[in-house]
Design a protein around this ligand. Structure first.
Ligand code: UDH
Ligand code: MN
Length: 353
């Protein structure tokens, strides 16, 4: 091999080496710039990941807090202390006034905290859930005055309550007792009420120490009213406003359904109560005071000529005449702001044999 060919050969090898080194340098440069990029990018990615982690943790924390607060609400509700036996809001005797120009809108405005006829205390858990049942037909003004006074009265007593007005449609003879049976049956469809107050629309309580709660024995709340000199109408009177627990009322099979027109359906209930060995209790005369809004006898509620005869057969019929035989046509159930209105239709009374 001559020198020139050696040089040629070498230069060929050298060129190859040069190309190789060049390639290596390009690779090295590319890799290094990528690495630099990566190194520069990492903090960004890091913070991104960090932020995301933080966000997820925050979300998780929020969810945890939310769950905890729900638990808290539940526990507050379930461990909320019972309202005291004697409410601190009671005011005692009052002189009632009835403004001639009063409207339902005004009463609604005065009671924004009442919804769908119901209210319960926020500061404590009420001792009883009480349904007030009011038999009604064509006594709108009386209803207005009763609602005006009863809502604040029941709230001062710290009760969990609902007011039901059971309205008899049509012109059939009025049947107070049957309407009250309907009220009991329908009210229990939407709440497991502990206590029922059977309440005439025209009697307004004067003293909020007259508790609208139920006791171990059935209670008669109207000891006296203004138009009878605040004296009990007669020994054994059990009309106007009474309080019976769900079980007491069920035990006597409710009211009789057969008293069409005025009178004696309340005496019938007292007989049922006594037959079950229960005893009627009353508040003291200074507490059981009512103002009766003046009225005359309504058309369609004439005195019931059959009432004495019916009273004589209570012990024979009570088991089959009452809640378990109360048939009616339910026309509507409306949840108004201040009361639940139940409208029913009763077909004509069957002839009593
Ligand atoms: N009721 C109505 N509409 C009627 C009839 C009765 O809503 O048409 C309801 C209402 O809740 C009333 C209750 O049934 O409070 C009892 O009826 P009532 O007030 O007529 O009975 P009360 O014993 O009066 O108070 C009887 C007649 C009054 C005659 C007065 C003459 N001195
Ligand atoms: Mn009356």
């Amino acid at each position: 091999m001559g020198l020139s060919s050696v040089i040629l050969h070498l230069s060929y090898k050298f060129r190859l080496l040069l190309i190789f080194i060049l390639c290596m340098m390009v690779v090295a440069w590319a890799t290094s710039s990528y690495l630099v990029d990566t190194v520069q990018e990492t903090p960004k990615a890091k913070s991104l990941v960090e932020n995301f982690r933080k966000a997820t943790m925050l979300e998780k924390e929020n969810q945890k807090k939310k769950a905890m607060s729900t638990v808290e609400v539940h526990t507050v509700k379930s461990t909320m202390s019972h309202c005291p036996a004697l409410s601190p809001y009671l005011q005692g005797p009052s002189q009632l006034k009835f403004k001639a120009s009063l409207t339902l809108e005004e009463v609604q405005k005065e009671n924004p905290q009442v919804a769908k006829g119901r209210h319960r205390p926020v500061e404590c858990s009420a001792l009883q859930r009480v349904a007030i049942l009011i038999p009604h037909r064509n006594r709108e003004t009386h209803l207005l005055y009763l609602l005006e006074h009863l809502h604040p009265f029941l709230q001062r007593q710290q009760l969990d309550y609902g007011i039901y007005v059971i309205h008899q449609a049509g012109n059939t003879k009025f049947n107070r007792a049957k309407l009250l049976n309907v009220g009991y049956l329908e009210a229990l469809k939407e709440e497991n009420w502990d206590c029922f107050i059977f309440h005439d629309v025209d009697l307004v309580p004067e003293n909020d120490f007259n508790m609208y709660t139920c006791d171990k024995q059935p209670k008669h709340l109207v000891v006296g009213r203004n138009n009878t000199g605040y004296r009990l109408r007669y020994q054994g009177y059990f009309g106007g406003v009474t309080a019976l627990t769900r079980d007491q009322f069920s035990k006597v099979n409710g009211f009789s359904n057969n008293y069409w027109g005025w009178g004696a359906e309340d005496d019938d209930l007292r007989i049922r109560v006594e037959m079950q060995k229960m005893r009627v209790m009353r508040p003291s005369p200074d507490v059981g005071k009512y103002t009766m809004i003046f009225h005359t006898r309504d058309r369609g509620n004439e005195a019931n000529g059959e009432r004495m005869k019916l009273l004589r057969q209570v012990s024979r019929v009570w088991k089959t005449d009452g809640l378990n035989s109360c048939s009616y046509k339910l026309l509507s159930v409306e949840h108004n702001p201040l009361y639940i209105n139940i409208t029913v239709d009763f077909s004509m009374p069957p002839k009593i044999s």
